[in-house]
Design a protein around this ligand. Structure first.
Ligand SMILES: Nc1nc2c(ncn2[C@@H]2O[C@H](COP(=O)(O)OP(=O)(O)OP(=O)(O)O)[C@@H](O)[C@H]2O)c(=O)[nH]1
Ligand SMILES: [Mg+2]
Length: 437
């Protein structure tokens, strides 16, 4: 541990809630060559996002995990001393602890011990705004807390409104596991209902080309969303600013009907319960025709961002979907050599700055050409009395040519995947739809 790491850090000025002093613990495994500095930098960012006052960072190289405490006995003593010296209120592990390790450490440290998963759940709890996000976070938190009904659980109850479980919060000290399970069942049911509503909405959007933003938290997805669609999604220099999906039409300089969706950001070692609970939010990614894999290229760990994003895309079964790799925050990269080497490694990547707009035209063109590569040509004829339907046809198709004959109108269309069915429903029996000869 360096001296610098041990110095006190002030809690951000705008933080009304003064949070506990925290000691962070990072592990370097010999086997996987994980980058400890980057991991700890990220953990510190997470802890500060959750308003903890990080006062010391401890690390240990491990070849094998100590089943009782995760870290070695000597390290446990060292951390114990630091807790007393700094009057720390919480110890945060970068790795996920078993319920038993969690309990053993709390008993020795006499303070709260949480792991990376729980820290992420706390942040999600603080940022959840909508009915769906609140239910998703509560469900994941309950599933996670169920085998760990210790101090962490008590803490959960003290979070006022944060975790989106006020009802449970007020009474949960008396809650036994059975009640928690009941609550889990209820939440599961509620989320299934929301999922159904979303499915219907998605069905309504079938036939419209769908582009989804996917990438590490803080990569700049919402900033790009706002730039391309004029939406006003919350943009913050904060991890996990977005928890819900927002879907908007791309309007600016765009010739086709295309919708863009912005979703929850990703992070390494995302808790499993959380991924499962956010299934319906991530369904936007599964459902998309094109994925924009977004990377913050000014991050020293851009490689990990790409890897994590690809892993989640694979887990969602969306690895067969067309995708564009987009490097964002080019304005923050002052070294042209970095730009050059990234491009060499990823020759197809599109380099942009969502903040100042650089590269957005190239990105738009790339989206358009992906779209066009999927278009099918169709020719339809409609009667004059059906002309009023043309604006609706435009919702799903590009009309490349319209020919006004004596008794009918002939239209040359370019259709996105799934749009043919929509047009057929729209015009029902009175038209002939067929492949253009
Ligand atoms: N310098 C610079 N900053 C950017 C750029 N794009 C986004 N940012 C900043 O990066 C931070 C995160 O941006 P968001 O758009 O909220 O990132 P996000 O990917 O939506 O993050 P989550 O919602 O947490 O997943 C904000 O402070 C943005 O202003 C960019 O091109 N250049
Ligand atoms: Mg966002």
């Amino acid at each position: 541990m360096s001296k610098e790491d041990q110095t006190y850090k002030k809690v951000p000025e705008n933080t009304k809630e003064i949070r506990e002093k925290a000691i962070l613990i990072g592990i370097e495994f010999f086997s996987n060559g994980s980058s400890l500095d980057n991991n700890l930098k990220e953990l510190k960012g997470l802890a500060e996002t959750a308003y903890y006052n990080v006062i010391a960072i401890v690390s240990q190289k491990l070849t094998r995990i100590n089943p009782k405490f995760f870290i070695g006995k000597g390290k446990v003593e060292e951390v114990g001393q630091l807790i007393r010296q700094f009057s720390a209120g919480i110890v945060i592990f970068d790795e996920n602890l078993s319920p038993a390790q969690n309990r053993n450490l709390e008993n020795i440290f006499k303070c709260r011990v949480i792991d990376r998963s729980w820290l992420i759940l706390e942040i999600f709890g603080n940022h959840a705004r909508t009915r769906e996000a609140k239910a998703q976070v509560e469900l994941a938190s309950l599933k996670y807390a169920l085998p760990r009904l210790t101090k962490m659980w008590g803490h959960l109850s003290r979070q006022r409104g944060g975790i989106g479980m006020r009802d449970v919060g007020e009474t949960q000290i008396q809650l036994d596991r059975r009640l928690i399970r009941d609550r889990i069942t209820k939440l599961d049911r509620k989320l299934k209902q929301i999922d159904l509503e979303k499915k219907t909405q998605r069905k309504n959007r079938s036939g419209i080309y769908k582009v989804a933003l996917v990438g590490y938290t803080n990569a700049g997805k919402s900033t790009l969303m706002n730039q391309l669609t004029g939406a006003e999604t919350l943009v913050e220099n904060k991890l996990f600013a977005t928890l819900d999906s927002t879907i908007r039409k791309i309007k600016k300089n765009f010739p086709y009907p295309v919708v863009l969706s912005d979703t929850v950001g990703l992070i390494d070692k995302l808790p499993h319960a959380l991924i499962a609970s956010f299934k319906s939010t991530l369904d936007e990614v599964r459902d998309a025709n094109l994925l924009i894999r977004m990377v913050d290229m000014s991050d020293s760990n851009a490689k990990r961002q790409i890897q994590t994003t690809n892993n989640v895309i694979n887990d969602l079964g969306a690895d067969g979907t067309d995708s564009l790799l987009v490097f964002n925050k080019a304005d923050k990269v002052n070294d042209p050599e970095i730009l050059e080497s990234e491009l060499q490694r990823h020759p197809n990547a599109i380099i942009i700055s969502s903040k100042n707009g650089t590269g957005l035209d190239v990105l738009r063109k790339s989206i358009i050409s992906c779209y066009e590569s999927k278009l099918a040509s169709y020719k339809i004829t409609i009667k004059y009395e059906q002309a009023k339907l043309i604006p609706q046809i435009r919702k799903y198709a590009v009309i490349v040519k319209s020919d006004y004959k004596d008794t009918f109108i002939s239209l040359d269309l370019r259709l996105a995947p799934g749009a043919k069915e929509k047009i057929e429903i729209l015009l029902k029996d009175t038209i002939q739809v067929g492949k253009k000869s």
